[in-house]
Design a protein around this ligand. Structure first.
Ligand SMILES: [Zn+2]
Length: 220
Protein backbone atom coordinates (compact mmCIF):
# COMPACT_ATOMS: atom_id res chain seq x y z
CA UNK A 1 0.00 0.00 0.00
CA UNK A 2 1.39 3.44 -0.94
CA UNK A 3 1.71 6.21 1.62
CA UNK A 4 -1.18 8.09 -0.06
CA UNK A 5 -3.40 4.99 0.04
CA UNK A 6 -2.42 4.31 3.66
CA UNK A 7 -3.23 7.91 4.59
CA UNK A 8 -6.59 7.70 2.76
CA UNK A 9 -7.38 4.43 4.51
CA UNK A 10 -6.71 6.06 7.88
CA UNK A 11 -8.93 9.02 6.94
CA UNK A 12 -11.74 6.72 5.80
CA UNK A 13 -11.45 4.68 9.01
CA UNK A 14 -11.62 7.88 11.06
CA UNK A 15 -14.59 9.13 9.04
CA UNK A 16 -16.45 5.85 9.60
CA UNK A 17 -15.55 5.91 13.29
CA UNK A 18 -16.77 9.52 13.59
CA UNK A 19 -20.03 8.60 11.83
CA UNK A 20 -20.53 5.57 14.07
CA UNK A 21 -19.82 7.61 17.20
CA UNK A 22 -22.26 10.28 16.01
CA UNK A 23 -25.08 7.83 15.37
CA UNK A 24 -24.48 6.04 18.69
CA UNK A 25 -24.45 9.31 20.63
CA UNK A 26 -27.56 10.50 18.76
CA UNK A 27 -29.61 7.44 19.69
CA UNK A 28 -28.26 7.63 23.25
CA UNK A 29 -28.91 11.32 23.64
CA UNK A 30 -32.25 11.41 21.88
CA UNK A 31 -34.96 9.49 23.64
CA UNK A 32 -37.57 11.35 21.53
CA UNK A 33 -36.18 9.66 18.40
CA UNK A 34 -36.67 6.26 19.94
CA UNK A 35 -40.09 7.41 21.09
CA UNK A 36 -41.01 8.32 17.52
CA UNK A 37 -40.25 4.74 16.37
CA UNK A 38 -42.97 3.42 18.63
CA UNK A 39 -45.79 5.60 17.30
CA UNK A 40 -49.37 4.66 18.03
CA UNK A 41 -50.80 1.77 16.01
CA UNK A 42 -53.98 1.95 13.93
CA UNK A 43 -56.79 -0.52 14.67
CA UNK A 44 -58.40 -2.25 11.66
CA UNK A 45 -61.31 -4.68 11.65
CA UNK A 46 -61.14 -7.82 9.45
CA UNK A 47 -64.16 -9.30 7.62
CA UNK A 48 -64.23 -11.94 10.37
CA UNK A 49 -64.89 -9.20 12.97
CA UNK A 50 -61.43 -9.57 14.54
CA UNK A 51 -59.65 -6.26 15.27
CA UNK A 52 -55.86 -6.02 14.75
CA UNK A 53 -53.29 -3.24 15.06
CA UNK A 54 -51.14 -1.86 12.23
CA UNK A 55 -48.02 0.16 13.03
CA UNK A 56 -47.84 3.21 10.70
CA UNK A 57 -44.22 3.02 9.50
CA UNK A 58 -43.58 5.10 6.31
CA UNK A 59 -43.43 2.14 3.87
CA UNK A 60 -44.48 -1.50 4.03
CA UNK A 61 -43.51 -4.32 1.63
CA UNK A 62 -45.58 -7.48 1.18
CA UNK A 63 -45.36 -10.72 -0.81
CA UNK A 64 -48.16 -13.02 -1.89
CA UNK A 65 -48.16 -16.43 -3.57
CA UNK A 66 -51.02 -18.62 -4.77
CA UNK A 67 -51.42 -21.81 -6.79
CA UNK A 68 -54.53 -23.65 -7.99
CA UNK A 69 -54.98 -27.07 -9.53
CA UNK A 70 -56.43 -27.08 -13.04
CA UNK A 71 -58.64 -29.83 -14.44
CA UNK A 72 -59.89 -30.34 -17.99
CA UNK A 73 -63.34 -29.07 -18.89
CA UNK A 74 -63.98 -32.55 -20.34
CA UNK A 75 -63.76 -33.90 -16.76
CA UNK A 76 -65.24 -30.88 -14.93
CA UNK A 77 -67.26 -28.79 -17.40
CA UNK A 78 -68.25 -26.13 -14.83
CA UNK A 79 -64.69 -24.97 -14.18
CA UNK A 80 -63.47 -21.58 -15.41
CA UNK A 81 -60.11 -19.82 -15.63
CA UNK A 82 -60.01 -16.28 -14.17
CA UNK A 83 -56.89 -14.09 -13.93
CA UNK A 84 -56.96 -10.59 -12.51
CA UNK A 85 -60.74 -10.53 -12.82
CA UNK A 86 -60.58 -11.43 -16.55
CA UNK A 87 -62.02 -14.73 -17.81
CA UNK A 88 -59.66 -16.56 -20.17
CA UNK A 89 -60.71 -19.18 -22.71
CA UNK A 90 -58.93 -22.45 -22.01
CA UNK A 91 -59.60 -26.18 -22.11
CA UNK A 92 -58.96 -26.29 -18.32
CA UNK A 93 -60.29 -24.40 -15.32
CA UNK A 94 -59.28 -23.87 -11.68
CA UNK A 95 -60.48 -26.09 -8.86
CA UNK A 96 -61.26 -23.70 -5.98
CA UNK A 97 -63.73 -22.67 -3.29
CA UNK A 98 -64.17 -19.29 -5.04
CA UNK A 99 -63.47 -18.48 -8.72
CA UNK A 100 -59.83 -19.62 -8.31
CA UNK A 101 -58.27 -16.34 -9.48
CA UNK A 102 -54.64 -16.93 -8.43
CA UNK A 103 -53.58 -13.41 -9.31
CA UNK A 104 -56.21 -11.67 -7.20
CA UNK A 105 -55.70 -14.12 -4.33
CA UNK A 106 -51.97 -13.42 -4.12
CA UNK A 107 -52.55 -9.67 -4.54
CA UNK A 108 -54.73 -9.88 -1.42
CA UNK A 109 -51.97 -11.71 0.47
CA UNK A 110 -49.35 -9.21 -0.69
CA UNK A 111 -51.41 -6.27 0.62
CA UNK A 112 -52.34 -7.88 3.94
CA UNK A 113 -48.78 -9.23 4.17
CA UNK A 114 -47.46 -5.68 3.87
CA UNK A 115 -49.85 -4.55 6.60
CA UNK A 116 -48.84 -7.44 8.87
CA UNK A 117 -52.40 -8.82 8.70
CA UNK A 118 -53.54 -12.46 8.17
CA UNK A 119 -53.67 -14.26 4.81
CA UNK A 120 -56.72 -14.74 2.59
CA UNK A 121 -57.52 -18.17 4.04
CA UNK A 122 -57.80 -16.69 7.53
CA UNK A 123 -59.71 -13.58 6.44
CA UNK A 124 -62.17 -15.59 4.28
CA UNK A 125 -62.29 -19.14 5.73
CA UNK A 126 -63.20 -21.71 3.04
CA UNK A 127 -65.53 -23.51 5.47
CA UNK A 128 -67.68 -20.36 5.58
CA UNK A 129 -70.49 -20.82 2.97
CA UNK A 130 -70.71 -17.00 2.68
CA UNK A 131 -67.57 -16.97 0.45
CA UNK A 132 -68.33 -20.12 -1.63
CA UNK A 133 -68.31 -19.34 -5.35
CA UNK A 134 -67.81 -15.60 -4.79
CA UNK A 135 -65.83 -13.62 -7.36
CA UNK A 136 -62.38 -12.55 -6.20
CA UNK A 137 -62.99 -8.83 -6.73
CA UNK A 138 -64.75 -9.05 -3.34
CA UNK A 139 -61.39 -9.96 -1.77
CA UNK A 140 -59.58 -7.07 -3.47
CA UNK A 141 -62.22 -4.56 -2.34
CA UNK A 142 -61.62 -5.84 1.20
CA UNK A 143 -57.82 -5.56 0.80
CA UNK A 144 -58.21 -1.95 -0.42
CA UNK A 145 -60.47 -1.17 2.55
CA UNK A 146 -57.92 -2.64 4.99
CA UNK A 147 -55.11 -0.69 3.28
CA UNK A 148 -57.05 2.61 3.52
CA UNK A 149 -58.26 1.96 7.08
CA UNK A 150 -54.62 1.34 8.04
CA UNK A 151 -53.60 4.71 6.55
CA UNK A 152 -51.78 3.48 3.40
CA UNK A 153 -52.03 3.77 -0.38
CA UNK A 154 -50.51 1.61 -3.13
CA UNK A 155 -46.89 2.60 -3.82
CA UNK A 156 -46.46 -0.01 -6.56
CA UNK A 157 -47.34 -3.64 -7.20
CA UNK A 158 -45.60 -6.25 -9.35
CA UNK A 159 -47.24 -9.59 -10.28
CA UNK A 160 -45.72 -12.63 -12.02
CA UNK A 161 -48.15 -15.24 -13.39
CA UNK A 162 -46.72 -18.74 -13.95
CA UNK A 163 -48.68 -20.73 -16.55
CA UNK A 164 -47.61 -23.11 -19.30
CA UNK A 165 -50.94 -22.53 -21.07
CA UNK A 166 -52.87 -20.51 -22.12
CA UNK A 167 -50.61 -17.79 -23.49
CA UNK A 168 -50.92 -14.83 -21.11
CA UNK A 169 -49.31 -12.07 -23.22
CA UNK A 170 -52.48 -11.24 -25.27
CA UNK A 171 -54.35 -10.66 -21.97
CA UNK A 172 -51.70 -8.75 -19.98
CA UNK A 173 -53.04 -5.29 -20.86
CA UNK A 174 -56.64 -6.15 -19.89
CA UNK A 175 -55.46 -7.81 -16.65
CA UNK A 176 -53.31 -4.81 -15.74
CA UNK A 177 -56.11 -2.31 -16.47
CA UNK A 178 -58.60 -4.31 -14.43
CA UNK A 179 -56.18 -4.75 -11.54
CA UNK A 180 -55.54 -0.99 -11.39
CA UNK A 181 -59.32 -0.41 -11.43
CA UNK A 182 -59.90 -2.90 -8.61
CA UNK A 183 -57.04 -1.44 -6.56
CA UNK A 184 -58.30 2.09 -7.29
CA UNK A 185 -54.78 3.18 -8.20
CA UNK A 186 -52.94 4.53 -11.24
CA UNK A 187 -52.04 1.96 -13.92
CA UNK A 188 -48.49 3.31 -13.81
CA UNK A 189 -47.88 1.66 -10.44
CA UNK A 190 -49.22 -1.76 -11.56
CA UNK A 191 -47.11 -4.35 -13.37
CA UNK A 192 -48.21 -7.76 -14.68
CA UNK A 193 -45.62 -10.23 -15.99
CA UNK A 194 -45.96 -13.85 -17.10
CA UNK A 195 -43.73 -16.86 -17.64
CA UNK A 196 -44.04 -20.55 -18.42
CA UNK A 197 -42.64 -23.30 -16.19
CA UNK A 198 -40.47 -24.88 -18.89
CA UNK A 199 -42.84 -27.87 -19.14
CA UNK A 200 -41.70 -29.26 -15.77
CA UNK A 201 -43.78 -30.08 -12.68
CA UNK A 202 -47.54 -29.56 -12.45
CA UNK A 203 -47.23 -25.92 -13.60
CA UNK A 204 -45.26 -26.90 -16.70
CA UNK A 205 -47.62 -29.80 -17.42
CA UNK A 206 -50.65 -27.45 -17.45
CA UNK A 207 -52.11 -29.11 -14.36
CA UNK A 208 -51.84 -25.97 -12.21
CA UNK A 209 -51.42 -22.21 -12.40
CA UNK A 210 -49.63 -19.91 -9.91
CA UNK A 211 -48.79 -16.28 -9.25
CA UNK A 212 -46.33 -14.27 -7.13
CA UNK A 213 -46.95 -10.65 -6.14
CA UNK A 214 -44.82 -8.07 -4.38
CA UNK A 215 -46.23 -4.70 -3.40
CA UNK A 216 -45.09 -1.61 -1.55
CA UNK A 217 -47.58 0.43 0.43
CA UNK A 218 -46.86 4.05 1.29
CA UNK A 219 -48.22 5.85 4.34
CA UNK A 220 -50.75 8.52 3.34
ZN1 LIG B 1 -56.38 -19.05 -4.41
Amino acid sequence: MSAVCAASAVMVTRAVAAKTTKSVSLSKASPTRRGRASVATRAVELATGETLEVKPVPMRVGHGFDLHRMETLAEMPDLELWLGGIKLEHDRGCVAHSDGDVLLHCVFDAITGALGLPDIGQCFPDNDPKWKGCTSDVFIKEAVRLMRDSGYEMGNIDCTIIAQKPKISPHKKAIKENLARLLECDEGVVNVKAKTHEKVDSLGENRSIACHTVCMLVKV
